[in-house]
Design a protein around this ligand. Sequence first.
Ligand SMILES: Nc1ncnc2c1ncn2[C@@H]1O[C@H](COP(=O)(O)OP(=O)(O)OP(=O)(O)O)[C@@H](O)[C@H]1O
Ligand SMILES: [Mg+2]
Length: 267
Amino acid sequence: MKTAVVASQKGGVGKTTLALNLAFSLARASFRVVLIDADPQGAVGHSLQGVRQSAGLYGLLRETTTIDEALLRTRVNELGIVPVGNVPPERAHEFANQLADGAALGDLCRRLESAYDLVLIDTPSGFGGATLGALRAAKYVLSPLQAEPVALKTLPQLLALLGALRAEGVDIELAAIVLCMLQQRNAESLAVAEEVWTRMPRELVVETTIPRDTTVLAASAAGVPLGLLSRLRPPPLALVFDQLALELAPRLGLTSEGDDGPVGLFA
Ligand SMILES: Nc1ncnc2c1ncn2[C@@H]1O[C@H](COP(=O)(O)OP(=O)(O)OP(=O)(O)O)[C@@H](O)[C@H]1O
Ligand SMILES: [Mg+2]
């Protein structure tokens, strides 16, 4: 089983949108994925209709919930969700401190190992305890980079943190930077993309970019992943996440069974 964290220092850059829709697309591509929300704001649960926030990671930490109660099964057999649970605001700091050494999340990942191919952890912005714990427990990091000028300035901080964790002996690797909220018709947004493509090592930046698109808001208002926004006609952005999932799978060490190669049209 593989473990990955979606993290960024800057807030509101598209972490939760990436984590949820990537988890959905990977599951649709037959990888067994569990998405864990480690953000006390509970953004994963808030983005989905019908999530019982009462169970979840917080209950597991306090040992008031069993893993069977905390892990929600979904319409897609391959996708499970562990919401964060109801973290009282005055306990958010304590919650983050409890996660910081990575032991609790590492233990949870091990308990999910036999049933899942990937554990994907969504984290709050910044490098507080929950994010540090997720980075200590996981092997790979995915970082969304909002295609806006200030976003680029925060990337060195993430790279410095990963360097510091590795110096501590943590086995963590930046698997990919994903350009999010790209505005194809906006010169500043395109200039940021250009800078990322030219200045960052090629192997770090994935080809698939996530455009700024109002269907994200529609999916969030409906409380569904983009791929379930319409039964008959999923929005083009859902297909972008499918494409991203295929591009990221090998970077996360996920491999599909069987031969990959051309298939003749005539049997
Ligand atoms: N590609 C997109 N196009 C348009 N809006 C988007 C896109 N991605 C995310 N959004 C919107 O931007 C806002 C922030 O997105 P999201 O919650 O995914 O970011 P985040 O990095 O998880 O935020 P936080 O740091 O608070 O956890 C949300 O309102 C979301 O609906
Ligand atoms: Mg979020």
